[in-house]
Design a protein around this ligand. Sequence first.
Ligand SMILES: NC(=O)c1ccc[n+]([C@@H]2O[C@H](COP(=O)([O-])OP(=O)(O)OC[C@H]3O[C@@H](n4cnc5c(N)ncnc54)[C@H](O)[C@@H]3O)[C@@H](O)[C@H]2O)c1
Length: 328
Amino acid sequence: MKSALVTGAAGFLGYHICAQLLKEHYYVIGLDNFITGSPQNISDLKNAYPEKFYFANHDVSTPWEVWQNWQNSIPTECFTSLVSVFHFASVASPHLFDKCSLEILAANSQGLKNAIAFADQHKAQVIFASTSEIYGSSTQPLNENNWGYVNSFGPRSCYDEAKRFGEALIYSSNLVNNTQHGVVRIFNTYGPRMNPTDERVVQQFIKNALENKDFLIYGDGTQTRSFCYVDDLISGIIMYAQSKISDPLNLGNDHEITIVALAELIQQLIPCSSKIQFSNKRRDDPIKRQPELKKAYQMLMPWKPTVPLQEGVLRTIQHIKGVSSYAT
Ligand SMILES: NC(=O)c1ccc[n+]([C@@H]2O[C@H](COP(=O)([O-])OP(=O)(O)OC[C@H]3O[C@@H](n4cnc5c(N)ncnc54)[C@H](O)[C@@H]3O)[C@@H](O)[C@H]2O)c1
């Protein structure tokens, strides 16, 4: 028997990690305080795996000693067979950076420190959800040797610097305690179960098209992103955990597209009267985001993203239509 703990289990990626681990016969303990996560995700996991999925409502940035109490309601084997702690709890949507900046800083520092202490106690490996944002601004494809160009004192600093601190904390913990905790640098990922209110671009454009509302693009729309379908990302993350790698690794999809081209693709896929409107560029918004994935291809062979953007967007549209009252 193997078990894993997933923080941020009620969120977009946390849900999918739990679901995949449960499919692979792990026991899973989920942790979340629902700051952006969905109770529906937790009840879907509980209903599908009543004997294997356990959940605790907890803010990861506050002490985890309360575990002593929770241990009574979770089978002891879940703790004795713990192999991985996926630390994914963090607000991630840029439109919440102002409102939740202190929570973001706490979840990726004290919250991560708590996760590491818990994992060390159970001889498990932490997988820390870092981000492409640690690279900051760049005009080149990003590889793991790039040290980044990041503003430490601006509207995105709470997120970018929290993740950079998290990586440094993993590095130092490994050095001091001789552990092998790992870091995945996640590039823009989309798919079913993204939080419908969090305004990330794929989700937002789909919602707008379904409601015949105009698309709003910040800047002139020539900025690029590389979007990864969630199933591709999750298989990479789980392979990373199972390989016991601890080097930071880029994970995502390297197919690059401008934001205008993304808007046009969604206009083609959803017949709508939505037009594209432009607004001022957001401060510190990166102009290019493309991962170099050579290292991931070598270390996780045969992993590769396989879902083309159009196919992934269609699947996401189907999901959004199915879970909401959008008229077609
Ligand atoms: N989705 C992406 O494209 C992407 C890209 C790079 C990095 N990431 C990272 O992956 C992780 C998950 O992102 P997501 O897209 O699923 O976001 P999300 O908002 O859907 O999920 C985050 C989850 O963490 C929970 N959470 C936040 N702070 C918490 C706290 N203090 N205690 C307990 N729970 C807390 C939220 O309630 C939510 O359920 C984040 O760490 C994010 O930075 C995501």
